[in-house]
Design a protein around this ligand. Structure first.
Ligand SMILES: Nc1ncnc2c1ncn2[C@@H]1O[C@H](COP(=O)(O)OP(=O)(O)OP(=O)(O)O)[C@@H](O)[C@H]1O
Length: 484
Protein backbone atom coordinates (compact mmCIF):
# COMPACT_ATOMS: atom_id res chain seq x y z
CA UNK A 1 0.00 0.00 0.00
CA UNK A 2 2.91 2.31 -0.60
CA UNK A 3 1.76 5.72 -1.71
CA UNK A 4 -1.58 5.66 0.16
CA UNK A 5 -1.85 7.66 3.35
CA UNK A 6 -3.63 6.41 6.48
CA UNK A 7 -6.28 9.03 5.90
CA UNK A 8 -6.83 7.76 2.35
CA UNK A 9 -6.91 4.16 3.61
CA UNK A 10 -9.59 5.06 6.17
CA UNK A 11 -11.78 6.24 3.29
CA UNK A 12 -11.78 2.70 1.94
CA UNK A 13 -12.32 0.82 5.19
CA UNK A 14 -16.09 0.53 4.64
CA UNK A 15 -15.54 -0.85 1.13
CA UNK A 16 -12.88 -3.28 2.36
CA UNK A 17 -15.16 -4.57 5.12
CA UNK A 18 -18.04 -5.03 2.70
CA UNK A 19 -15.98 -7.30 0.46
CA UNK A 20 -15.48 -9.74 3.36
CA UNK A 21 -17.47 -12.97 3.47
CA UNK A 22 -17.45 -12.98 7.23
CA UNK A 23 -19.73 -10.77 9.29
CA UNK A 24 -18.06 -7.87 11.06
CA UNK A 25 -19.20 -5.39 13.68
CA UNK A 26 -17.78 -2.85 16.03
CA UNK A 27 -19.19 -2.06 19.46
CA UNK A 28 -18.61 1.00 21.58
CA UNK A 29 -17.46 0.51 25.20
CA UNK A 30 -21.10 0.74 26.34
CA UNK A 31 -22.01 -2.11 24.00
CA UNK A 32 -23.78 -0.24 21.23
CA UNK A 33 -23.22 -1.36 17.68
CA UNK A 34 -21.18 1.30 15.93
CA UNK A 35 -20.38 -0.32 12.62
CA UNK A 36 -21.53 -3.41 10.65
CA UNK A 37 -20.60 -4.83 7.27
CA UNK A 38 -22.91 -6.20 4.53
CA UNK A 39 -22.05 -9.83 5.33
CA UNK A 40 -23.30 -9.45 8.90
CA UNK A 41 -26.61 -7.94 7.72
CA UNK A 42 -26.98 -10.73 5.16
CA UNK A 43 -26.17 -13.41 7.68
CA UNK A 44 -28.62 -12.19 10.30
CA UNK A 45 -31.33 -10.82 7.99
CA UNK A 46 -31.10 -7.28 9.34
CA UNK A 47 -30.90 -3.92 7.56
CA UNK A 48 -27.92 -1.81 8.56
CA UNK A 49 -30.23 0.71 10.31
CA UNK A 50 -31.83 -2.08 12.37
CA UNK A 51 -28.48 -2.60 14.07
CA UNK A 52 -26.57 0.65 14.21
CA UNK A 53 -26.81 2.28 17.64
CA UNK A 54 -28.57 -0.76 19.16
CA UNK A 55 -27.08 -2.72 22.08
CA UNK A 56 -25.18 -5.73 20.80
CA UNK A 57 -27.50 -7.94 22.91
CA UNK A 58 -29.93 -7.62 19.98
CA UNK A 59 -27.87 -10.38 18.33
CA UNK A 60 -28.78 -12.73 21.22
CA UNK A 61 -25.42 -14.46 21.31
CA UNK A 62 -25.79 -17.50 23.62
CA UNK A 63 -22.19 -17.44 24.85
CA UNK A 64 -22.36 -13.70 25.65
CA UNK A 65 -25.67 -14.21 27.49
CA UNK A 66 -24.15 -17.04 29.52
CA UNK A 67 -21.01 -15.15 30.44
CA UNK A 68 -23.04 -12.07 31.36
CA UNK A 69 -25.14 -14.25 33.66
CA UNK A 70 -21.98 -15.61 35.30
CA UNK A 71 -20.92 -12.01 35.96
CA UNK A 72 -17.56 -10.29 35.70
CA UNK A 73 -15.94 -6.97 36.24
CA UNK A 74 -17.21 -5.55 32.97
CA UNK A 75 -20.71 -5.91 31.47
CA UNK A 76 -19.13 -7.90 28.61
CA UNK A 77 -16.60 -10.66 29.29
CA UNK A 78 -14.71 -9.68 26.16
CA UNK A 79 -13.55 -6.57 27.99
CA UNK A 80 -12.23 -8.79 30.77
CA UNK A 81 -10.63 -11.33 28.46
CA UNK A 82 -9.53 -8.75 25.84
CA UNK A 83 -9.48 -11.43 23.13
CA UNK A 84 -11.48 -14.43 22.00
CA UNK A 85 -10.68 -16.68 19.06
CA UNK A 86 -12.78 -19.26 17.25
CA UNK A 87 -15.43 -19.27 19.91
CA UNK A 88 -18.43 -21.31 18.79
CA UNK A 89 -21.69 -19.48 19.48
CA UNK A 90 -25.25 -19.26 18.37
CA UNK A 91 -26.85 -16.00 17.20
CA UNK A 92 -30.50 -15.31 16.49
CA UNK A 93 -31.55 -13.91 13.11
CA UNK A 94 -34.13 -11.14 12.78
CA UNK A 95 -36.68 -13.80 11.69
CA UNK A 96 -35.94 -15.86 14.83
CA UNK A 97 -33.83 -18.53 13.08
CA UNK A 98 -30.62 -19.72 14.73
CA UNK A 99 -27.22 -19.26 13.14
CA UNK A 100 -24.21 -21.17 14.37
CA UNK A 101 -21.05 -19.11 14.10
CA UNK A 102 -17.38 -19.06 14.95
CA UNK A 103 -16.48 -15.76 16.52
CA UNK A 104 -13.18 -13.89 16.82
CA UNK A 105 -13.30 -10.84 19.06
CA UNK A 106 -10.81 -8.30 20.30
CA UNK A 107 -10.85 -5.22 22.50
CA UNK A 108 -9.64 -2.03 20.81
CA UNK A 109 -7.45 0.15 23.05
CA UNK A 110 -5.96 3.51 22.59
CA UNK A 111 -3.15 3.31 25.13
CA UNK A 112 -4.90 2.36 28.37
CA UNK A 113 -8.28 3.56 27.19
CA UNK A 114 -10.75 1.06 25.80
CA UNK A 115 -12.33 2.51 22.71
CA UNK A 116 -14.50 -0.45 21.69
CA UNK A 117 -14.61 -4.06 20.64
CA UNK A 118 -14.44 -5.67 17.24
CA UNK A 119 -15.96 -9.00 16.24
CA UNK A 120 -15.88 -11.09 13.10
CA UNK A 121 -18.21 -14.02 12.69
CA UNK A 122 -18.10 -17.00 10.31
CA UNK A 123 -21.32 -18.85 9.54
CA UNK A 124 -20.78 -22.54 10.35
CA UNK A 125 -24.43 -23.61 10.31
CA UNK A 126 -23.98 -25.76 7.20
CA UNK A 127 -20.74 -27.16 8.53
CA UNK A 128 -22.42 -28.10 11.82
CA UNK A 129 -25.29 -29.75 9.93
CA UNK A 130 -22.81 -31.80 7.95
CA UNK A 131 -20.96 -32.69 11.11
CA UNK A 132 -24.24 -33.83 12.68
CA UNK A 133 -24.98 -35.93 9.60
CA UNK A 134 -21.51 -37.47 9.78
CA UNK A 135 -22.01 -38.22 13.47
CA UNK A 136 -25.44 -39.79 12.76
CA UNK A 137 -23.99 -41.95 10.01
CA UNK A 138 -21.08 -42.87 12.23
CA UNK A 139 -23.50 -43.88 14.97
CA UNK A 140 -25.35 -46.10 12.47
CA UNK A 141 -22.09 -47.64 11.25
CA UNK A 142 -20.80 -48.11 14.79
CA UNK A 143 -24.15 -49.44 15.99
CA UNK A 144 -23.87 -52.93 17.25
CA UNK A 145 -25.02 -55.25 14.49
CA UNK A 146 -25.94 -57.93 16.94
CA UNK A 147 -28.02 -57.98 20.06
CA UNK A 148 -27.87 -61.17 22.09
CA UNK A 149 -27.41 -63.24 18.93
CA UNK A 150 -29.92 -61.25 16.88
CA UNK A 151 -28.39 -59.70 13.79
CA UNK A 152 -29.75 -56.42 12.46
CA UNK A 153 -28.39 -53.02 11.53
CA UNK A 154 -31.62 -51.54 10.11
CA UNK A 155 -33.29 -48.73 12.02
CA UNK A 156 -36.28 -51.04 12.62
CA UNK A 157 -34.08 -53.68 14.29
CA UNK A 158 -32.07 -51.14 16.23
CA UNK A 159 -35.36 -49.81 17.61
CA UNK A 160 -36.45 -53.35 18.42
CA UNK A 161 -33.18 -54.04 20.26
CA UNK A 162 -33.69 -50.90 22.37
CA UNK A 163 -37.24 -51.97 23.22
CA UNK A 164 -36.16 -55.50 24.10
CA UNK A 165 -33.45 -54.13 26.34
CA UNK A 166 -35.92 -51.85 28.13
CA UNK A 167 -38.54 -54.60 28.42
CA UNK A 168 -35.91 -56.91 29.92
CA UNK A 169 -35.27 -54.49 32.77
CA UNK A 170 -38.92 -54.49 33.83
CA UNK A 171 -40.88 -57.38 35.28
CA UNK A 172 -43.97 -56.67 33.17
CA UNK A 173 -45.34 -59.30 30.76
CA UNK A 174 -44.04 -58.94 27.21
CA UNK A 175 -45.93 -59.94 24.07
CA UNK A 176 -43.73 -60.58 21.04
CA UNK A 177 -45.60 -60.15 17.78
CA UNK A 178 -44.38 -61.02 14.33
CA UNK A 179 -44.58 -63.37 11.43
CA UNK A 180 -43.10 -66.82 11.66
CA UNK A 181 -39.31 -66.82 11.55
CA UNK A 182 -38.81 -63.18 12.56
CA UNK A 183 -36.90 -64.11 15.71
CA UNK A 184 -39.52 -64.09 18.46
CA UNK A 185 -37.91 -66.98 20.29
CA UNK A 186 -34.48 -65.37 20.09
CA UNK A 187 -36.03 -62.17 21.43
CA UNK A 188 -37.64 -64.02 24.34
CA UNK A 189 -34.29 -65.55 25.27
CA UNK A 190 -32.63 -62.14 25.02
CA UNK A 191 -35.19 -60.67 27.43
CA UNK A 192 -34.49 -63.47 29.89
CA UNK A 193 -30.71 -63.17 29.60
CA UNK A 194 -30.80 -59.42 30.14
CA UNK A 195 -33.46 -59.35 32.82
CA UNK A 196 -33.40 -59.56 36.59
CA UNK A 197 -34.53 -63.21 36.47
CA UNK A 198 -31.58 -64.41 34.41
CA UNK A 199 -30.28 -66.52 37.26
CA UNK A 200 -33.67 -68.26 37.35
CA UNK A 201 -34.96 -70.75 34.78
CA UNK A 202 -36.12 -69.95 31.22
CA UNK A 203 -39.02 -72.31 30.57
CA UNK A 204 -40.62 -72.54 27.18
CA UNK A 205 -43.87 -74.07 25.94
CA UNK A 206 -45.24 -74.15 22.41
CA UNK A 207 -48.98 -73.87 22.95
CA UNK A 208 -49.81 -74.79 19.34
CA UNK A 209 -48.30 -78.22 19.51
CA UNK A 210 -50.66 -79.67 22.13
CA UNK A 211 -54.34 -80.43 22.53
CA UNK A 212 -56.30 -78.88 25.40
CA UNK A 213 -55.76 -81.55 28.04
CA UNK A 214 -52.08 -82.08 27.23
CA UNK A 215 -51.56 -78.32 27.26
CA UNK A 216 -53.12 -77.99 30.71
CA UNK A 217 -51.07 -80.85 32.00
CA UNK A 218 -47.90 -79.25 30.60
CA UNK A 219 -48.81 -75.86 32.05
CA UNK A 220 -49.92 -76.90 35.51
CA UNK A 221 -48.61 -80.43 35.91
CA UNK A 222 -50.71 -83.40 36.93
CA UNK A 223 -51.28 -85.64 39.89
CA UNK A 224 -50.66 -89.35 39.75
CA UNK A 225 -53.73 -91.05 38.30
CA UNK A 226 -55.26 -87.81 37.00
CA UNK A 227 -55.82 -89.51 33.65
CA UNK A 228 -54.90 -92.72 31.90
CA UNK A 229 -51.16 -92.83 31.60
CA UNK A 230 -50.50 -90.40 34.49
CA UNK A 231 -48.38 -92.87 36.44
CA UNK A 232 -46.54 -90.27 38.47
CA UNK A 233 -46.97 -86.75 39.83
CA UNK A 234 -45.60 -84.35 37.29
CA UNK A 235 -44.47 -80.78 37.76
CA UNK A 236 -45.94 -78.29 35.27
CA UNK A 237 -43.98 -75.67 33.38
CA UNK A 238 -45.38 -72.84 35.48
CA UNK A 239 -43.97 -74.41 38.59
CA UNK A 240 -40.68 -75.05 36.83
CA UNK A 241 -40.51 -71.39 35.81
CA UNK A 242 -40.72 -70.15 39.43
CA UNK A 243 -38.36 -67.17 39.86
CA UNK A 244 -37.61 -67.21 36.16
CA UNK A 245 -39.23 -66.42 32.84
CA UNK A 246 -41.95 -68.48 31.20
CA UNK A 247 -42.08 -68.23 27.40
CA UNK A 248 -45.53 -69.08 26.05
CA UNK A 249 -44.94 -69.51 22.33
CA UNK A 250 -47.94 -69.40 19.94
CA UNK A 251 -50.11 -68.07 22.76
CA UNK A 252 -52.83 -67.31 20.18
CA UNK A 253 -53.40 -71.06 19.88
CA UNK A 254 -54.40 -71.57 23.53
CA UNK A 255 -58.00 -72.88 23.54
CA UNK A 256 -60.59 -70.67 25.25
CA UNK A 257 -61.17 -72.92 28.32
CA UNK A 258 -57.41 -73.00 28.99
CA UNK A 259 -57.29 -69.20 28.53
CA UNK A 260 -59.58 -68.85 31.58
CA UNK A 261 -57.22 -70.95 33.69
CA UNK A 262 -54.18 -69.14 32.37
CA UNK A 263 -55.70 -65.80 33.30
CA UNK A 264 -56.38 -66.98 36.83
CA UNK A 265 -52.78 -68.10 37.25
CA UNK A 266 -51.47 -64.80 35.95
CA UNK A 267 -53.69 -62.91 38.36
CA UNK A 268 -53.22 -65.01 41.48
CA UNK A 269 -49.89 -66.72 40.74
CA UNK A 270 -51.61 -69.81 42.13
CA UNK A 271 -52.90 -72.97 40.43
CA UNK A 272 -53.56 -76.65 40.96
CA UNK A 273 -52.10 -79.61 39.19
CA UNK A 274 -54.57 -81.46 36.97
CA UNK A 275 -56.36 -84.00 39.21
CA UNK A 276 -55.26 -82.32 42.43
CA UNK A 277 -56.71 -79.60 44.67
CA UNK A 278 -53.62 -78.51 46.49
CA UNK A 279 -52.80 -74.92 45.47
CA UNK A 280 -49.28 -74.32 44.20
CA UNK A 281 -47.76 -70.89 43.82
CA UNK A 282 -45.15 -69.85 41.30
CA UNK A 283 -43.75 -66.47 40.46
CA UNK A 284 -42.70 -66.28 36.83
CA UNK A 285 -42.54 -63.40 34.40
CA UNK A 286 -44.57 -64.18 31.29
CA UNK A 287 -43.15 -63.63 27.83
CA UNK A 288 -45.66 -64.60 25.13
CA UNK A 289 -45.34 -64.73 21.38
CA UNK A 290 -47.68 -65.15 18.47
CA UNK A 291 -47.75 -64.69 14.72
CA UNK A 292 -51.52 -64.21 14.85
CA UNK A 293 -53.42 -60.96 15.16
CA UNK A 294 -54.63 -61.20 18.75
CA UNK A 295 -56.61 -57.97 18.57
CA UNK A 296 -58.65 -59.39 15.69
CA UNK A 297 -59.07 -62.62 17.60
CA UNK A 298 -60.36 -60.65 20.60
CA UNK A 299 -62.88 -58.89 18.31
CA UNK A 300 -63.99 -62.26 16.95
CA UNK A 301 -64.33 -63.67 20.46
CA UNK A 302 -61.55 -66.21 19.91
CA UNK A 303 -59.19 -64.74 22.49
CA UNK A 304 -60.20 -63.37 25.88
CA UNK A 305 -59.79 -59.63 26.12
CA UNK A 306 -58.84 -59.75 29.82
CA UNK A 307 -56.06 -62.26 29.07
CA UNK A 308 -54.89 -60.18 26.13
CA UNK A 309 -54.45 -57.12 28.36
CA UNK A 310 -52.68 -59.25 30.97
CA UNK A 311 -50.06 -60.59 28.59
CA UNK A 312 -49.68 -57.58 26.30
CA UNK A 313 -48.39 -55.05 28.82
CA UNK A 314 -45.28 -54.51 26.67
CA UNK A 315 -46.06 -55.46 23.07
CA UNK A 316 -43.00 -55.63 20.80
CA UNK A 317 -43.28 -56.26 17.06
CA UNK A 318 -40.49 -58.10 15.29
CA UNK A 319 -40.41 -56.63 11.76
CA UNK A 320 -40.62 -59.01 8.80
CA UNK A 321 -37.47 -59.30 6.71
CA UNK A 322 -39.02 -57.66 3.65
CA UNK A 323 -39.42 -54.46 5.71
CA UNK A 324 -35.70 -54.39 6.48
CA UNK A 325 -34.02 -55.63 3.34
CA UNK A 326 -30.88 -53.73 4.30
CA UNK A 327 -30.27 -56.45 6.92
CA UNK A 328 -30.18 -59.25 4.32
CA UNK A 329 -26.47 -58.96 3.38
CA UNK A 330 -25.52 -58.77 7.06
CA UNK A 331 -27.62 -61.79 8.00
CA UNK A 332 -26.26 -63.68 5.00
CA UNK A 333 -22.71 -62.95 6.06
CA UNK A 334 -23.43 -64.01 9.65
CA UNK A 335 -25.05 -67.31 8.59
CA UNK A 336 -22.29 -68.09 6.08
CA UNK A 337 -19.72 -67.56 8.82
CA UNK A 338 -21.61 -69.93 11.13
CA UNK A 339 -22.13 -72.56 8.42
CA UNK A 340 -18.46 -72.36 7.44
CA UNK A 341 -17.51 -72.98 11.07
CA UNK A 342 -19.84 -75.95 11.37
CA UNK A 343 -19.71 -77.71 8.03
CA UNK A 344 -17.00 -79.11 5.82
CA UNK A 345 -17.92 -76.74 2.99
CA UNK A 346 -16.11 -73.40 2.81
CA UNK A 347 -18.05 -70.62 1.15
CA UNK A 348 -16.71 -67.11 0.56
CA UNK A 349 -20.04 -65.46 -0.19
CA UNK A 350 -22.77 -64.86 -2.73
CA UNK A 351 -22.20 -63.75 -6.32
CA UNK A 352 -23.68 -60.29 -7.04
CA UNK A 353 -26.54 -61.97 -8.99
CA UNK A 354 -27.36 -64.30 -6.11
CA UNK A 355 -27.24 -61.41 -3.64
CA UNK A 356 -29.58 -59.46 -5.91
CA UNK A 357 -32.04 -62.37 -5.74
CA UNK A 358 -31.65 -62.49 -1.99
CA UNK A 359 -32.31 -58.80 -1.57
CA UNK A 360 -35.35 -58.78 -3.86
CA UNK A 361 -36.97 -61.97 -2.54
CA UNK A 362 -39.87 -61.34 -0.17
CA UNK A 363 -38.87 -63.99 2.42
CA UNK A 364 -42.35 -64.98 3.61
CA UNK A 365 -40.62 -67.36 6.04
CA UNK A 366 -38.40 -64.46 7.17
CA UNK A 367 -34.98 -65.09 8.74
CA UNK A 368 -35.68 -68.81 9.13
CA UNK A 369 -36.26 -69.07 5.36
CA UNK A 370 -33.06 -67.14 4.65
CA UNK A 371 -31.11 -69.46 6.92
CA UNK A 372 -32.62 -72.52 5.21
CA UNK A 373 -31.86 -71.10 1.77
CA UNK A 374 -28.21 -70.80 2.76
CA UNK A 375 -28.14 -74.31 4.22
CA UNK A 376 -29.52 -75.51 0.88
CA UNK A 377 -26.96 -73.50 -1.07
CA UNK A 378 -24.13 -74.88 1.10
CA UNK A 379 -25.10 -78.38 0.09
CA UNK A 380 -25.78 -77.68 -3.57
CA UNK A 381 -22.87 -75.33 -4.29
CA UNK A 382 -19.55 -76.94 -5.03
CA UNK A 383 -17.82 -73.60 -5.50
CA UNK A 384 -16.60 -71.03 -3.04
CA UNK A 385 -19.22 -68.66 -4.39
CA UNK A 386 -22.95 -69.25 -4.15
CA UNK A 387 -24.58 -68.49 -7.50
CA UNK A 388 -28.28 -68.21 -8.47
CA UNK A 389 -28.38 -71.85 -9.61
CA UNK A 390 -27.40 -72.92 -6.07
CA UNK A 391 -30.40 -71.20 -4.49
CA UNK A 392 -33.69 -72.93 -3.71
CA UNK A 393 -36.26 -72.50 -6.49
CA UNK A 394 -38.50 -70.40 -4.25
CA UNK A 395 -35.77 -67.78 -4.10
CA UNK A 396 -34.48 -67.83 -7.67
CA UNK A 397 -37.90 -68.28 -9.33
CA UNK A 398 -39.78 -65.57 -7.48
CA UNK A 399 -37.39 -62.84 -8.42
CA UNK A 400 -39.70 -61.19 -10.91
CA UNK A 401 -42.76 -61.13 -8.61
CA UNK A 402 -40.64 -60.01 -5.70
CA UNK A 403 -39.14 -57.13 -7.65
CA UNK A 404 -42.63 -56.02 -8.62
CA UNK A 405 -43.75 -56.26 -5.03
CA UNK A 406 -40.83 -54.13 -3.91
CA UNK A 407 -41.76 -51.51 -6.49
CA UNK A 408 -45.33 -51.49 -5.17
CA UNK A 409 -44.10 -51.01 -1.61
CA UNK A 410 -44.56 -52.99 1.60
CA UNK A 411 -48.20 -52.04 2.10
CA UNK A 412 -49.26 -53.64 -1.13
CA UNK A 413 -47.41 -56.90 -0.87
CA UNK A 414 -50.46 -59.00 -1.44
CA UNK A 415 -52.67 -61.30 0.53
CA UNK A 416 -50.08 -63.84 1.52
CA UNK A 417 -48.34 -61.25 3.68
CA UNK A 418 -51.50 -60.03 5.30
CA UNK A 419 -52.34 -63.60 6.12
CA UNK A 420 -48.81 -64.44 7.19
CA UNK A 421 -48.85 -61.61 9.68
CA UNK A 422 -52.17 -62.34 11.24
CA UNK A 423 -54.08 -65.30 9.87
CA UNK A 424 -54.36 -68.50 11.86
CA UNK A 425 -53.21 -70.79 9.10
CA UNK A 426 -50.15 -69.75 7.24
CA UNK A 427 -50.94 -69.82 3.55
CA UNK A 428 -49.44 -72.59 1.54
CA UNK A 429 -46.95 -70.24 -0.06
CA UNK A 430 -45.39 -69.43 3.28
CA UNK A 431 -44.86 -73.06 4.09
CA UNK A 432 -43.62 -73.74 0.60
CA UNK A 433 -41.29 -70.79 0.85
CA UNK A 434 -39.39 -72.18 3.82
CA UNK A 435 -39.88 -75.93 3.81
CA UNK A 436 -38.55 -76.98 0.42
CA UNK A 437 -35.20 -75.31 1.08
CA UNK A 438 -34.69 -77.13 4.37
CA UNK A 439 -36.08 -80.37 2.98
CA UNK A 440 -34.12 -80.16 -0.24
CA UNK A 441 -30.93 -79.42 1.71
CA UNK A 442 -31.58 -82.48 3.85
CA UNK A 443 -32.22 -84.78 0.88
CA UNK A 444 -29.18 -83.48 -0.99
CA UNK A 445 -26.96 -83.92 2.08
CA UNK A 446 -28.26 -87.44 2.73
CA UNK A 447 -27.50 -88.31 -0.87
CA UNK A 448 -24.00 -86.83 -0.67
CA UNK A 449 -23.37 -88.72 2.56
CA UNK A 450 -24.62 -91.99 1.06
CA UNK A 451 -27.29 -92.20 3.73
CA UNK A 452 -24.91 -91.82 6.66
CA UNK A 453 -26.77 -89.64 9.17
CA UNK A 454 -23.70 -88.49 11.08
CA UNK A 455 -22.02 -87.43 7.84
CA UNK A 456 -25.28 -85.73 6.78
CA UNK A 457 -25.30 -83.86 10.08
CA UNK A 458 -21.69 -82.78 9.52
CA UNK A 459 -22.47 -81.51 6.00
CA UNK A 460 -25.45 -79.53 7.24
CA UNK A 461 -23.75 -78.28 10.38
CA UNK A 462 -26.53 -79.68 12.58
CA UNK A 463 -26.60 -82.61 14.97
CA UNK A 464 -27.66 -86.16 14.16
CA UNK A 465 -30.89 -85.92 16.16
CA UNK A 466 -31.93 -82.88 14.12
CA UNK A 467 -31.24 -84.86 10.95
CA UNK A 468 -33.61 -87.58 12.16
CA UNK A 469 -36.19 -85.03 13.32
CA UNK A 470 -36.12 -83.33 9.93
CA UNK A 471 -36.43 -86.65 8.12
CA UNK A 472 -39.52 -87.37 10.21
CA UNK A 473 -40.88 -83.85 9.79
CA UNK A 474 -40.66 -83.96 5.99
CA UNK A 475 -41.43 -87.65 5.62
CA UNK A 476 -38.05 -88.27 3.99
CA UNK A 477 -37.46 -91.96 3.40
CA UNK A 478 -33.87 -93.10 3.14
CA UNK A 479 -34.63 -95.76 0.55
CA UNK A 480 -36.24 -93.24 -1.78
CA UNK A 481 -33.40 -90.76 -1.30
CA UNK A 482 -30.73 -93.31 -2.13
CA UNK A 483 -32.59 -94.78 -5.08
CA UNK A 484 -33.52 -91.46 -6.68
N1 LIG B 1 -32.29 -61.24 13.82
C1 LIG B 1 -31.85 -62.47 13.71
N2 LIG B 1 -30.53 -62.71 13.68
C2 LIG B 1 -30.05 -63.96 13.56
N3 LIG B 1 -30.82 -65.05 13.47
C3 LIG B 1 -32.14 -64.88 13.51
C4 LIG B 1 -32.73 -63.59 13.64
N4 LIG B 1 -34.06 -63.73 13.64
C5 LIG B 1 -34.30 -65.03 13.53
N5 LIG B 1 -33.15 -65.74 13.46
C6 LIG B 1 -33.03 -67.19 13.29
O1 LIG B 1 -34.13 -67.59 12.48
C7 LIG B 1 -34.70 -68.77 12.99
C8 LIG B 1 -36.14 -68.52 13.42
O2 LIG B 1 -36.12 -67.68 14.54
P1 LIG B 1 -37.18 -67.84 15.75
O3 LIG B 1 -37.46 -69.29 15.99
O4 LIG B 1 -36.71 -67.03 16.89
O5 LIG B 1 -38.43 -67.19 15.02
P2 LIG B 1 -39.92 -67.11 15.54
O6 LIG B 1 -40.41 -65.76 15.20
O7 LIG B 1 -39.99 -67.54 16.97
O8 LIG B 1 -40.63 -68.18 14.60
P3 LIG B 1 -41.99 -69.01 14.87
O9 LIG B 1 -43.09 -68.00 15.02
O10 LIG B 1 -42.13 -69.81 13.63
O11 LIG B 1 -41.76 -69.82 16.11
C9 LIG B 1 -33.83 -69.23 14.13
O12 LIG B 1 -32.88 -70.13 13.63
C10 LIG B 1 -33.16 -67.96 14.59
O13 LIG B 1 -31.92 -68.24 15.17
Amino acid sequence: MRGMSEHELNKFVGKILNTMNDGFFLVSPDGRIAMVNDALCRLLGYERDDLLGKPCTVLKCDVCAKSRAEGGEHWCRLFDATEETRKQCCLVRKDGGLVKVLKNASVLRDGERIVGGVETITDVTELCKREETIQDLKRILDADDTFMGMVGRSAAMQRTFTLLDKAAQSDAPVLLLGESGTGKELAARAIHELGPRKEGPFIQLNCAALNESLLESELFGHAKGAFTGAYRHRQGRFEAADNGDFFLDEVGDVPLPTQVKLLRVLETKSFERVGDHKPITADARIISATNRNLEDMVRRGEFREDLYFRIAVIPIRLPPLRERREDIPLLTEAFIRKLNDKSSQKVAGLSPEAMQLFVSHDWPGNVRELKSALEYAFVVADHEIIRPEHLPPAVSRENVCATRAVERGPDTLGPQHAAASGGRHEPLEVVQGEEPAEKAALVEALRKAGGNKSETARILGINRVTVMNRMRKYGVEMKKVLSS
